[in-house]
Design a protein. Structure first.
Length: 200
């Protein structure tokens, strides 16, 4: 798991700090919503297993709900993961580089975030198009007459999650470039003022 850092020196002040705190709260709220959704899905699956095994009364549509729920849950929890730099990756190169050359390490982190922003930007365009089509065509998922539900709510969750993820990558880019600029001016202060942790 990738480790993070916290700047324990000068905190963001004024409007920038307020916006960052608001973003953290909003993305945390999305993550909590995804967690609640996950618990509800697990409960539904357990009820289906119990009903199927002991009462010969399975719950209709559990497989369809679970398939779309995975998309929604990941979409809601991914933005906070990106903001706090918790995406799974190897630190074999970047960790030693950031210890020895903080400026270079932060520039590489910024390039990684830029690549993520580009990928999510392209994905967002396609996701919005699919969302519009699903709303205009009343697209549904499931077997008609047995169990169906509209696809647009899940597609909307996907668009929200992708948008929030792109914003999180943008914040990471700004933060990494600012850290790289600070490291170029005073490397010893940056290494002393940063520990593994979170964007604050």
């Amino acid at each position: 798991m990738a480790r993070e850092f916290t700047h324990t020196g000068n905190r963001q002040a004024g409007a920038e700090g307020l916006l960052l705190r608001a973003l953290r709260v909003a993305l945390s709220g999305l993550s909590w919503l995804g967690g609640i959704w996950l618990v509800a899905l697990m409960t539904l699956i357990c009820c289906d297993v119990i009903g199927r095994s002991f009462f010969n009364a399975p719950i209709t549509g559990v497989a369809e709900i679970a398939a779309f729920s995975v998309i929604g849950i990941v979409s809601l929890q991914l933005p906070e993961t990106i903001l706090h730099n918790r995406l799974t990756r190897t630190d074999l190169i970047i960790a030693p580089l950031r210890r020895r050359f903080p400026m270079g390490g932060n520039l590489i982190e910024a390039l990684f975030a830029l690549a993520g922003l580009a990928v999510f930007g392209v994905t967002l365009v396609g996701s919005v198009e699919f969302l519009m089509k699903s709303i205009s065509s009343d697209e549904f998922y499931g077997v008609q007459g047995v169990f169906t539900f509209p696809t647009w709510p899940v597609r909307l969750m996907l668009v929200i999650g992708i948008t929030a993820s792109a914003i999180a990558f943008l914040v990471q880019i700004i933060f990494r470039l600012a850290s790289a600029a600070g490291a170029s001016r005073a490397p010893e202060d940056m290494t002393a003022g940063h520990v593994e942790g979170d964007i604050q």
